[in-house]
Ligand binder design. Structure first.
Ligand SMILES: Cc1cc(=S)c(O)co1
Ligand SMILES: [Zn+2]
Length: 263
């Protein structure tokens, strides 16, 4: 699918070297969300995710994370509302996680780290024709971030966990159907923080309206352990490297406002 276009994600490799300077560079992600500095915005609307599970296509290990990819050639799975002016189309979701439960998330809340973070990626189909275009433009992408905590087993996630051994190595894909990303959203999606930032992986373009959920979801220790059984390396490489700590270091806020949808 367009959103998994190899050019955007293909040159990523584990622990990629951070470029020295990013063009602009004052709207980078991830960041620490300082709650008392966020500003309640009463004009923020409820978020309206409308996903059709039939658009689910495959899982791809791209050597940095695993992406669950959706057919984004129609408007069957969309996101609108919240801070968004336009309608966005679902293209993929993926996670970032640590080697231990003590860290792994990209964003933090008052410096609190979570063991993992879900990113659901959408692109602006009112302004752009292709994901590749949107990823280079200021209001091109909308990413929902959801923190994961270790607790009870997440029944909806298990279908995905069971498919992961099939994509153990970099560049492997496996068909994956009828998965509704809405099952990974917390029960309350009306409470979120939103700010303008970037992709947290190359090309690190400052194209993202971030929507970070206040409420986390719970997954079991064993479910997260399967994430850690994936590999950064392809089957051909002699030295296999475990896919862990695939998060970016935090970036300066540079005076950006962080709005909250709740007071
Ligand atoms: C498009 C995209 C967004 C994020 S946040 C990521 O990690 C990879 O690709
Ligand atoms: Zn991400």
């Amino acid at each position: 699918t367009a959103c998994s276009s190899k050019y955007v994600l293909s040159h990523m490799h584990p622990m990629w070297q951070e470029p020295l300077a990013i063009p602009g560079g004052d709207r980078q992600s991830p960041i620490d969300i300082v709650v008392r500095k966020s500003l309640f915005d009463p004009h923020l609307k409820p978020l309206v995710p409308a996903y059709d599970p039939q658009t689910c296509q495959q899982i791809w290990n791209n050597g940095y994370s695993f992406l669950v990819e959706y057919d984004d050639t129609t408007d069957k799975s969309t996101l609108k509302g919240g801070p968004l002016e336009d309608q966005f189309r679902l293209c993929q979701f993926h996670f970032h996680w640590g080697e231990s439960n003590a860290w792994g998330s990209e964003h933090t809340v008052d410096r609190k780290l979570f063991p993992a973070e879900l990113h659901i990626v959408h692109w602006n189909t009112e302004k752009y024709d292709l994901f590749e275009e949107a990823v280079m433009e200021e209001n091109g992408l909308a990413v929902i971030g959801v923190f994961l905590k270790i607790g009870k087993r997440h029944e909806g996630l298990q279908k995905l966990v069971d498919a992961l051994p099939a994509v153990r190595h970099k560049d492997s894909t496996v068909d994956f159907e009828r998965f509704d990303p809405a099952c990974l959203l917390p029960s309350n999606i009306n409470d979120y923080w939103t700010y303008h930032g970037s992709l947290t992986t190359p090309p690190l373009t400052e194209a993202v309206t971030w929507i970070v959920m206040k409420q986390h979801i719970e997954v079991s220790h064993d479910q997260l352990a399967v994430f850690r059984s994936l590999l950064f390396t392809s089957a051909e490489e002699e030295v296999q490297k475990g896919m862990v700590n695939n998060f970016r270091v935090q970036q300066p806020l540079r005076g950006r406002p962080i709005r909250s949808s709740f007071s």
